[in-house]
Design a protein around this ligand. Structure first.
Ligand SMILES: [Fe+2]
Ligand SMILES: [Fe+2]
Length: 296
């Protein structure tokens, strides 16, 4: 397969500032296949992954321009399936190993995140744990499959992973924080770059990157709008906002809101800050949840 050194013009919401993507290796060998992101600004070279239609486009048309469309799928498994289709190899062994490893690495990182966060006295849960808790409940309310719910829970647990690095830097090294500011490298970007180090965690990269984007384009870091924002990033983003508003918001903003006030805020901000569909669903979910279970 003539697969080396294709230049890809990246239109992804994941990596708008990652300007040049090159494939250096032949994809004919699964184990050695390597896709490199090169980001001149942050001076990183990290592996990256292509989605089904991108790989198909490469295979079928031998072309350069790719568009990206993130979905709930586990990208890596998708890619392996595709590669095995192309090269007639059974993916199951590989998939099994990957899934096992994903769980292993995921568990370790999730425990680490909890260790770094402050627990709320009332619920004994930290911000990330509460976001993951509500994400699971909300996904269940929407009738998502068991696999989807598990994936959503895992992604929610990882969504603020970049905060660890930024907060540690704030504590210990002002100069490095200035460096990061110069690069516009805040927790969403730092987190997605960190995850790119472990292929078992690539599935969460787009949510980590885009969970602070707003429906109307006023969010960060890429100022994405509407469906440009990956679905799961919109999904986790609203729960993230809800938890912040009801536990952490300071008087600079509007102070801590009651869950009912937060629901009103969400309704008022449909089509602005929040995806109108997910926002409506989440408001309905919250009403139902609060009528039956305790707010945490
Ligand atoms: Fe965040
Ligand atoms: Fe968060």
């Amino acid at each position: 397969m003539p697969f080396n050194k294709y230049k890809i013009y990246d239109s992804t919401n994941l990596s708008k500032d990652l300007l040049n993507i090159f494939i250096f290796d032949y994809i004919s060998n699964i184990n050695n296949a390597k896709i490199i992101i090169s980001n001149k600004k942050a001076n990183i070279d990290k592996p990256y992954i292509l989605l089904e239609k991108e790989v198909l486009k490469l295979i079928e048309n031998d072309i350069e321009i790719i568009t990206m469309d993130f979905s709930i799928e586990n990208f890596q498994i998708l890619l392996l399936k595709l590669l095995s289709k192309v090269f007639n190899e059974e993916p199951f062994e590989l998939l099994y190993l990957l899934e096992e490893k994903r769980k292993e690495v995921g568990e370790f990182i999730k425990n680490l995140i909890v260790l770094f966060e402050v627990e709320d006295k009332k619920s004994s849960m930290s911000h990330t744990q509460r976001v993951a808790y509500y994400a699971k409940k909300f996904a269940d309310y929407l009738g998502k499959s068991k696999d989807e719910i598990n994936l959503i829970y895992d992604v929610a647990m990882l969504h603020d992973i970049g905060r660890i690095g930024i907060e540690q830097l704030m504590l210990f090294s002002k100069t490095r924080v200035y460096d990061l500011e110069e690069w516009d490298l805040e927790h969403t970007i730092a987190g997605s770059i960190f995850l790119s180090n472990r292929k078992e965690l690539w599935y969460a990269m787009d949510v980590v990157r885009s969970h602070h984007e707003h429906w109307d384009g006023t969010g960060y870091p890429d100022h994405l709008k509407k469906e440009e924002i990956p679905y799961l990033a919109r999904f986790i983003g609203i729960i993230d906002w809800f938890d912040w508003a009801t536990h952490t918001a300071t008087s600079e903003h509007f102070g801590i809101l009651s869950p009912q006030e937060a629901i009103e805020y969400i309704k008022f901000n449909l089509n602005k800050k929040f995806d109108p569909e997910i926002g409506k669903q989440f408001a309905n979910f919250l009403k139902e949840y609060l009528s039956k279970e305790e707010f945490i």
